[in-house]
Design a protein around this ligand. Structure first.
Ligand SMILES: Cc1ncc(COP(=O)(O)O)c(C=O)c1O
Length: 178
């Protein structure tokens, strides 16, 4: 559910309708965007000297960008996801001409790390694992630490789809879940 502040911000954005094409067309909004992306990136990478981020139209584009960046870095990556992964990941692989994702089971709506370990052992590199922080239907969060360790061990890239769960970073209570 949106916060009152978010609804008010949407009203202001709709009324002002700033074009974000260039700084000349929307200098104030461009400055706000730069501040926002820096602040968001610092939430996720607090120890990185100059963290930065990119605003996308939503989770679908964010997932596509993740697969695109992995493809640019490593060539035709094999995506590994789980049955709880948002369907935009398979769609992105198809759009980018990448192999169809290999899907591991997700009992209780979270990725099974044992099944992931087996899959990473048998597949050829380059590999990109897509984990989920907050599934669309139940808000379930994959065991991110374990998955990150497995990716490091097996030399796989890791993308976390936090389209839904990412804002938990703003909650002092729930932040450690991420
Ligand atoms: C986990 C997750 N990833 C991706 C998406 C796609 O996001 P969007 O509809 O903003 O493209 C959603 C949407 O619900 C989602 O819950």
């Amino acid at each position: 559910p949106p916060l009152a502040l978010a609804a008010a911000a949407d009203l202001a954005a709709s009324a002002l309708n700033p074009s974000m094409d260039s700084w000349d067309q929307a200098p104030a909004a461009s400055a706000l965007e730069a501040d926002l992306t820096t602040a968001l990136a610092a939430e996720i990478y607090p120890h990185t000297p100059s963290p930065d981020a990119v605003i996308t139209t939503g989770g679908t584009e964010a997932n596509q960008l993740a697969l695109l960046l992995a493809r640019e870095r490593h060539g035709p990556v094999q995506t590994v996801c789980a049955t709880n992964t948002h369907h935009s990941v398979a769609r992105a692989a198809w759009l980018l001409g990448l192999p169809e994702p290999v899907t591991v089971p997700a009992p209780d709506d979270t990725m099974d790390p044992a099944a992931l370990a087996q899959t990473l052992t048998r597949l050829d590199r380059p590999l990109l694992v897509v984990a989920t922080a907050g599934t669309t239907d139940t808000g379930a969060i994959d065991p991110l630490d374990t998955i990150a360790d497995l990716c490091a061990t097996h030399g796989a890239e890791l993308h976390i789809d936090a389209a839904y769960g990412g804002p938990l970073l703003f909650s002092p209570t729930h932040r450690p879940l991420l």
